[in-house]
Design a binder for this molecule. Structure first.
Ligand SMILES: [Zn+2]
Length: 238
């Protein structure tokens, strides 16, 4: 938070400078599908977070915050038997979201979306029984990301809200997708105006946003190799 505490005031809701505020541009959108955003606490306070835009656009949405010490998130509402829970996450068994998948079950859908770095998201999905046991889906393919605000930007990754927009395009139709994408592009545009230059102290690159499955599997392999190297180095120290 350090770099943004002492310069300009910011709108406390959209975190943009007041003259660039997008708060009046939200058009709340009603859907049958419920969005459940599973935030990591660090992500929840970042000005470049896009999940919050989806929460403000989709009337039928809720958020859970993980990663707060001694205050584990209670995800049990996600296990409501009246609703079908899908998790937007590129697990090895994840299926590309299609109308055929929606037609498998008549219950309204809750789409749970981890909004975190991949390490944090993986922990959420593995450690939270509600998420671990749920069906995993990935959004359909589409054009490259339009997110230009973070250093880890990569054409194949999507901002969280872009992945949500694509999923809602299948779940709810093109209007829902268009509305989510509209507010996202507005936020990107205003943020670039606010910076008026490239960020001077970019965060250390972290893999964030939507990652294709092959990339995710490569990431897991790297992570396991790094963990194994660290473990063997530690055992040599003994
Ligand atoms: Zn605002």
């Amino acid at each position: 938070m350090g770099s943004r505490t002492n310069t300009h005031p910011r709108c406390e809701h959209c975190l943009l400078h007041p003259h660039l505020c997008i708060c009046a541009d939200f058009r709340p959108f009603a859907t049958r599908t419920r969005l459940a955003l599973i935030w990591h606490r660090i992500e929840a306070v970042k000005p470049t977070n896009t999940g919050r835009l989806a929460l403000r656009t989709l009337e039928n949405s809720e958020s859970y915050i993980r990663g707060i010490q001694n205050a584990p998130a209670d995800l049990s509402p996600l296990e409501d038997p009246e609703r079908r829970l899908l998790v937007l996450y590129p697990a090895p068994d994840a299926r590309v979201l299609t109308q055929a998948i929606i037609d498998e079950d008549p219950r309204p859908i809750t789409l749970a979306v981890p909004d975190a770095t991949w390490t944090q998201a993986r922990r959420s999905v593995n450690r939270e029984p509600a998420l671990a046991n749920a069906e995993k889906v990935i959004p359909p393919p589409g054009p490259p990301t339009q997110y230009q605000l973070r250093q880890e930007h990569h054409d194949d990754y999507l901002a969280t809200i872009e992945a949500i927009a694509r999923a809602f395009g299948v779940l709810e139709g093109p209007e829902a997708q268009a509305e989510l994408e509209r507010i996202f592009l507005l936020m990107v545009d205003r943020t670039l105006q606010m910076r008026n230059q490239p960020p001077q102290n970019p965060d250390r690159p972290k893999r964030k946003g939507w990652m294709p499955r092959e990339e995710y599997e490569a990431y897991l392999r790297e992570k396991r190799a790094a963990d194994a190297t660290a473990a063997s180095a530690a055992s040599k120290d003994d």
